[in-house]
Ligand binder design. Sequence first.
Ligand code: TMP
Ligand code: ASP
Length: 242
Amino acid sequence: MAATETFSEKLLYEGKAKQIFKTASQGEILIRYKDSATAFNGEKKEIIAGKGRLNMAFTKHFFTLLENNGIKTHTVKYTDELSMIAKKVEIILLETIVRNYAAGSICKRLGYEKGVKFEEPVFEIFYKNDDLGDPLITQEEAVSKGLASAAEINIIKNQALAINEILSKYADSKSVTLVDFKLEFGRLPDGEIILADEISPDTCRFWKKGTTDSLDKDVFREAKGSLIESYTKLAGILGVEL
Ligand code: TMP
Ligand code: ASP
């Protein structure tokens, strides 16, 4: 890297909630969490001071829990309260969703009443494409579009369901219901698929056990109260170190 290279020249990618920077190591990137909150494909947008730090803390907490339970993630190390170093992966353009209870888009799409418990966890994939509004996609369509092979989707499904078991059990032990969540996976240069991106109340729905009271981004999506207050309260309940 040239000695004259500026911070902005190191920026590889900027998303809605995170920035990705080059590092001195070819196989690694630096991820920095932003203080921005968006919903409805970016239509609703706000800067919320302290949100980046909270989501970083949740991701560190959940990824460490998953690593301790045998799930491989992209994390190399957590560097400060806003950033982490991760392995550079090719992000698979599928948003993987697991649902335990009906909420959000499945209620609109299939007419479920909010709060209905599914007999078995529901696995869904969405095409990660902002221009198309991240549409639901079938496994066959994802394969035919070259987004992932059938074998890769099978690995992603098994990983997502294993992650659901670990996180649901953990949340339940803290009197919180894990309603649903979104995961993103990436390919390492040797083709191995590992968990990437983040796990936070931006990407999961959490309800106080026995209720449908949100402790997640629905508070912002539905303008139901303070995002920072809800995330901080959830961190306290789950034992997330802030
Ligand atoms: P949905 O009910 O809107 O499809 O959302 C399902 C889960 O995925 C929920 O926990 C929120 C999360 N999610 C994201 O992380 N990013 C997104 O862009 C969307 C739409 C949902
Ligand atoms: N993350 C998505 C967006 O910003 C939507 C959401 O989380 O509801 O638009």
